[in-house]
Design a protein around this ligand. Structure first.
Ligand SMILES: Nc1ncnc2c1ncn2[C@@H]1O[C@H](COP(=O)(O)OP(=O)(O)OP(=O)(O)O)[C@@H](O)[C@H]1O
Length: 239
């Protein structure tokens, strides 16, 4: 289980997270949703132990996130690959740090994404680099897979392929957290949605429950967050 207890994260005077209490059970697939700047990336980074919390506590299986790093994978646009390596060299490198690293799976995934074996990662396009991250993330055979905007900058076919890949290659034991703005795309993939606003949890619900209410995820998000149609007018037309 992942547990947040009264977590606050400040970046100097900016609030990243504020009083977050949350529990995520093993095997859950959770969408971390919310507008720009609402705290989604901060939540994932804190969970990975990549940044310290200011107050409160984050634990995974009652341990500090940093103690479980080899059982966790973080797939992010920022990338953690080494630019001067080829994908083969990167796979070798990762297998030293991740004991369960599955070379066969990595090869299949990089083939699936048609990534060059010869080129250095630094020469790949943005989308290709992010495919390297996905292949590496899924080959780590991690129990906790955290993805920060995995659809960003990907073409329509890649987004479809990526979803298929997630659905088909996961064992259902993994706990998955995925931050995204692509609501329709993940609607049928996630079990639960945690919606952030200004660093706090504004809503936390199961998708089965909203289906029972006859609502789609975008509709539910609109209801939770609202959309101020007059904001544009207020800012630009009343000057
Ligand atoms: N390194 C940092 N230094 C200062 N402020 C930061 C830093 N990282 C994030 N913040 C601030 O913390 C708040 C939450 O940012 P975060 O990146 O977690 O949001 P997000 O929900 O992932 O946004 P987006 O959808 O735009 O990616 C924002 O106000 C942001 O400006």
């Amino acid at each position: 289980m992942i547990e947040f207890k009264k977590v606050k994260k400040y970046y100097e005077r900016t609030i990243g997270l504020y009083e977050v209490d949350m529990q995520i059970k093993k095997g859950e697939v959770v969408g971390i949703l919310g507008e720009n700047g609402s705290g989604k990336s901060t939540m994932l980074k804190v969970m990975m132990g990549l940044t310290e919390v200011t107050f409160g506590e984050v634990s995974i299986e009652e341990k500090k996130p940093s103690e479980l790093y080899e059982r966790m994978a973080f797939i992010t646009e920022e990338g953690s690959y080494f630019p001067n390596m080829t994908i083969g060299e990167y796979g070798e490198f990762l297998s030293v740090f991740y004991p369960k690293f599955d070379h066969e799976r990595y090869r299949k995934l990089t083939d699936y994404f048609a990534l060059s074996k010869l080129k250095k990662i630094k020469t790949f396009s943005k989308g290709e680099k992010s495919k390297v991250e996905i292949a590496a993330g899924f080959a780590k055979m991690a129990d906790y897979i955290l993805m920060d905007e995995p659809f960003l900058g990907k073409d329509m076919f890649t987004r479809k392929d990526f979803l298929k890949l997630m659905v088909s290659s996961l064992k259902e034991e993994e706990t998955i957290l995925i931050s995204t703005h692509q609501l329709s795309e993940i609607e049928n993939f996630i079990d639960r949605a945690v919606v952030l606003r200004d660093g706090t949890i504004k809503a936390d619900f199961y998708l089965d429950d909203i289906r029972e209410e006859g609502k789609s995820l975008p509709e539910k998000m609109m209801e939770i967050l609202g959309y101020d149609e007059n904001r544009y007018k207020r800012v630009f037309e009343n000057q």
